[in-house]
Design a protein around this ligand. Sequence first.
Ligand code: GLO
Ligand code: MG
Length: 347
Amino acid sequence: MTKSNSKYRFSFGPWNIHEGGDPFGPTVRQPQAFSEKLKLYKKLGFDGVQFHDDDAVPDLNKQSAAATVKQATELGKLLKDEGLAPEFVAPRLWEDPRTIDGGYTSNDPECRKYAIERSVLCVDIATALGCDLIVLWLAREGTYIRESKNARQAHEWLMLAINKMLGRNKKVRIAIEPKPNEPMDHAYVPTIGHAIGMAYASDDPSRVGGLIETAHAKLAGLDPSDEMAFALFHKKLWSVHLNDQNGLKFDEDKNFGAANLREAWNQVRVLEEAGYADTGAFIGLDVKVMRTQKQEKNTAHLSNSKRFFELLVQKVRGFDKKAEAEFVKARDYEGLERMVIEHLLGV
Ligand code: GLO
Ligand code: MG
């Protein structure tokens, strides 16, 4: 159980400050350099930075591995000077022409080789930055049509890639970020249950876990707080991407709590009850500012989502646990629901 004085640490990735381009229209805000974004972290109350490998080292495809590691080491020092922690590095395996048909599960052996090489380099980047966590969002590992891949074989290839990364550095941990669809029609490893199944089949189950994103769980038709509870039971919730999602449509990355406050409260409740803050893991946000937002307020979604989380922590801590237990004991769930709603409404 999280103590009443436990402090959460917050993180986000530089891609969360973006220019508003979508599949139907161009960007609407000016780009900001990575160095400018870095300066905003502390101002906004965040201590952790989430990276894609090429957020950390933009030219990694065009230079030697040694030059890449050198650049990452320098960035690691810069972060330390700024008082920021690198939370994780994720190999970005969805933009290169060699990953059109997926990385680890591509039908082309040359492309699979590239995906593994890049992931192993990502482990080296993380190590040089000074962090031990790799996040795997398996963006294109899946299919548009079932017949295009052998799904059983694809899972073997996925396992091979995970084991290669585990073998590269015995300290590194891998958190799989499941998502059921988009960009693929169906993605492999769509839920945290699948991810944890892969963890136990890996060479070192103690070093494979998960990152749960609210919107991804909802896209799979699942309740994010129960997904989190499942991972917490396995001691495998190593990060979260809190946000929100308004029904089954494109991945919206709305502000945390903005579509369904009750679900957000339940996520916070589960994290609090499991003592998540005391595990040292970050509360990561993966939120997009609305396309309509003007340049000068292009970080409001981050500070607002953080605020909504903190207000919900207060709500969870201020909930009458004794009355809750009495309602549960009496199996008066109507009474319990009324108490929850009144509490959320501030009555
Ligand atoms: C997309 C994902 C993506 C990942 C990020 C880190 O739907 O949520 O934003 O979280 O690339 O791996
Ligand atoms: Mg995410």
